[in-house]
Design a protein around this ligand. Structure first.
Ligand code: AKG
Ligand code: FE2
Length: 279
């Protein structure tokens, strides 16, 4: 007798007013199917490759719009700003949260087989709402509730970022992805704490992360050539995404989330306190 694989995935509800919208209210996830049309998708792929014709490599490619993502602070640049192309500007009015629209956009191309290691996007530097728009192809995103291992990793000396963006430690470790992939924790040890689960992000869908999903879960994409979708093995194809965030500036760079273990603002406070009270 066939048995279903164990699943830890929470169950969504479908928005009664719109069957395209699935919500996991307990953890703050919303997935909107068919957020963009096929013609918008085709225009996005064409625009990406008009700016960067590479498709054959193995590495993720990124393009930045609005305030550029800053890989030394994991926040956004104050000054490096690229105006939005129309393929982004055109859908902004359709985003589910209209207050505080995103101003930092990273468009990424994932060649088949590539992924992004599990990570928590910086809490203090961006507002709560975090978006990922998928196009070109779908992919399962892996979510895992953060535990002690994640908190420990964020406190490793090499991850002692954010307290001072100009330290060499930060500069020598340019991407959160790299940091996440460099952790010494075995996958088994991570799985022991909290089970991970996969959420299929179909092409043309928009994912919105808020609350626990934004602050207290890691998200990532496994680097692999095939995925199991609805019980079927499917080949990975090139996938594109647009990550969208709203930058915080000045005194707004702060966080009082319910997940202090993996909160950069709390870690910064801890570091400042221990510097003031050496043991
Ligand atoms: O490609 C995606 O959907 C997510 C990318 C991501 O998590 C990030 O850029 O922080
Ligand atoms: Fe992310």
């Amino acid at each position: 007798m066939a048995t279903s694989p164990p699943t830890h995935a929470p169950l969504p509800i479908t928005d009664p007013a719109n069957p395209n919208i699935k919500r996991w209210d307990d953890i703050g996830l919303t997935l909107i199917h068919d957020f963009i049309s096929e013609s918008e998708e085709a225009a996005m792929v064409a625009a990406f490759h008009a700016a960067d014709p590479r498709t054959g490599g193995k590495k993720r490619l990124s393009q930045h719009f609005g305030f550029h993502f800053d890989y030394t602070t994991f926040g956004a640049s104050d000054s490096n700003f690229t105006p939005l192309p129309s393929y982004i500007a055109d859908f902004l009015t359709r985003l589910p949260i209209q207050e505080g629209l995103p101003d930092q956009f990273t468009v990424q191309y994932y060649p088949p087989g590539s992924g992004i290691p599990p990570h928590v996007d910086t809490h203090s530097m961006f507002d709560e709402a975090l978006y990922s728009l998928s196009f070109g192809s779908g992919v399962p995103m892996v979510f895992k509730k953060c535990g002690a291992n994640d908190a420990r990793k964020m406190r490793l000396p090499k991850r002692s970022l954010l307290s001072d963006a100009s330290t060499t430690a930060n500069k020598s470790r340019p991407t959160p992805e790299l940091l996440a992939s460099e952790n010494n924790t075995s996958r088994d040890a991570q799985e022991e704490e909290h089970p991970s689960w996969e959420l299929m992000l179909p092409r043309r869908s928009l994912l919105l992360m808020t609350g626990p999903a934004r602050y207290g879960y890691t998200h990532g994409i496994k680097g692999r050539k095939t995925d199991i979708v609805d019980g079927q093995t499917v080949q990975r194809e090139g996938r594109y995404s647009i990550t969208m965030r709203t930058t915080r500036r000045g005194a707004d760079v702060a966080c009082d989330c319910a997940f202090p273990g993996v909160c950069d603002a709390r870690i910064r406070e801890e570091v400042a306190q221990s510097a003031g009270n050496p043991q």
